[in-house]
Design a protein around this ligand. Structure first.
Ligand SMILES: *Cc1c(COP(=O)(O)O)cnc(C)c1O
Length: 483
């Protein structure tokens, strides 16, 4: 008896997509070595489908979804830049792909060299020499950084358990703080969208462990008072953490270590061109000052006098492990390929072009959408759909309508301090034609909001699925395919 076999109803009994050689042994000989209890009584439920159909099935699925290889993806704070395919070629080299995580160091010298050089580059980019690539997400890097902060204060006999966080911060910041059992103290951005030193000074007490800043912040603005804020916090014994998920405006221009940041994390899966989205494997390494290096997670990759690399587990003040093995190694390979291909000058051009693209697009879009913070932006900017809302078209509708034009919507309703926010990050890899086209879509949607709002409020019209019940999807999460 055969079990029912289906792959989205494409299977046909008896069809197959593989060719196996005839076994060298007879059925009887094979059966003789398989104990009775391990033998199948029912045929395996393998999909009965040709290779051709399988390929079409997956290609069909891949184009139903939006992705960076298909179209523009200006999702603010996510840095959806084009990921050069050479990075994937590098990560697919058999020596990397099939490396066993338990391989002894002397058999994995090439892999260690990649990790080591990536650490050196990131140390140089950040101005913070102590790097660990073990954390596997931005939020994981934050948590690791906070553990290091806690270890530092404990080593000085201090129990501090509060962290200052601006109201424009990414939600992972307060979440990481509470994961540690600490308390977040929120400070308000001023009318220019940045944090004033006085605001920080007012809450900087002796039980505050430090401040978590994002620079450029999530409004896409450079925190122009950062040097004074660093001084305020350091003077009261606190440390300065940089949420460096979005370094796309900083490369080769602004080194956080140079202005006094003590700890930061990187999102290799944003700035350093590792593909991401859909919760795929990330890489959220951390960097710290020389003084904090002793607290980095175990093991630490170090170099012996003779130049060989090894994992040092003998670090008594370390916070311990934060992840199995040494992070998502293949993502590190992708970032390495990207860093190597660009070099120092190329990285600086990345940031220059990211900032130019964002300012160019801002100038076009602000014709039709309210721009609450007027300053020059860095790699992204935030507009508000307030005007359109008065005509009955919400930011959610604008986002859905953009899908009809083959564009992924910007991040919406974030940061929370801007009502009806649309957070737009074009990245450096988009051409002027694409930015112009996006601005034209935004203009058209604005016109529609006046003349034909229904077409916006009922969008999307030409996507594989129409408007989804996102609340039900979140409340009754079910990620399994079932017939
Ligand atoms: C993306 C992002 C994070 C979180 O990174 P994950 O890898 O998603 O955990 C944190 N802060 C900022 C500013 C971000 O943009």
């Amino acid at each position: 008896m055969k079990e029912k076999i289906t792959i989205y109803q494409k299977a046909v009994a008896g069809r197959k997509g593989y060719n196996l050689p005839e076994p060298k042994k007879s059925d009887k000989e094979i059966l003789a070595v398989i104990p009775e209890k391990f033998r199948r009584s029912v045929d395996a439920a393998l999909p009965e489908i040709s290779e051709n159909e399988v390929v079409r099935h997956f290609v069909g699925l891949s184009v139903k979804n939006h992705h960076i290889d298909k179209g523009f993806y200006p999702l603010g704070s996510c840095t959806m830049k084009y990921n050069p395919k050479i990075n994937d070629v590098a990560a697919s080299l058999p020596g990397f792909l099939y490396q066993h995580p338990l391989a002894p160091c002397h058999t994995a010298a090439g892999c260690l060299q990649i990790i080591w050089e990536t650490m050196q580059y990131l140390g140089e980019i950040s101005g913070l020499p102590g790097v660990s690539l073990q954390p596997v997400a931005g939020a994981h890097g934050e948590f690791t950084g906070l553990l290091i902060m806690r270890a530092y204060h404990h080593s000085r006999g201090q129990k501090r358990d509060k962290i200052i966080i601006p109201d424009s911060a990414h939600g992972t910041n307060p979440a990481s703080v509470s994961a540690l059992g600490w308390t977040a103290v929120q400070v308000k951005s001023n009318e220019k969208g940045v944090i004033a030193p006085d605001t920080v000074a007012a809450v900087m007490t002796d039980d505050v462990a430090g401040i978590m800043m994002t620079n450029p912040n999530t409004l896409g603005l450079f925190e122009s008072n950062v040097a004074e804020i660093v001084e305020v916090v350091h003077n009261r014994g606190g440390l300065i953490y940089l949420d460096g998920a979005n370094l796309n405006a900083n490369l080769g221009i602004f080194r956080p270590g140079d202005v006094g940041f003590d700890i930061m994390h990187f999102n290799l899966h944003k700035t350093f061109s590792t593909p991401h989205g859909g919760g795929g494997p990330g890489a959220g390494g951390v960097a710290v000052t020389g003084e904090l290096e002793k607290f980095l997670p175990l093991p630490v990759l170090e170099k012996k006098d003779d130049g060989t690399l090894f994992f040092n587990y003998d670090r008594p003040q370390s916070i311990g492990r934060v992840h199995a093995f040494y992070g998502n190694f293949l993502n590190i390979v992708r970032a390495y390929a990207y860093l190597k291909a660009l070099g120092g000058k190329g990285l600086r051009r990345v940031s220059e072009n990211a900032v130019i693209n964002a300012n160019y697009l801002k100038t076009l879009v602000q014709e039709y959408y309210e721009l609450p913070y007027k300053a020059h932006c860095m790699h992204e900017f935030v507009v508000s759909g307030n005007r359109q809302k008065k005509r009955g078209v919400k930011t959610l509708d604008i986002s859905k309508r953009l899908l009809d034009f083959g564009v992924h919507p910007p991040t919406n309703y974030f940061p929370l301090i801007v009502p009806e926010a649309l957070m737009i990050e074009p990245t450096e890899t988009e051409s002027r034609e694409i930015l112009d086209a996006f601005a034209a879509f935004m203009k058209q949607i604005d016109t529609e909001s006046k003349e034909n709002p229904e077409i916006v409020t009922s969008a999307p019209h030409n996507t594989p699925v129409r408007r989804l019940d996102e609340i039900k999807a979140a409340r009754e999460l079910d990620v399994c395919y079932r017939e």
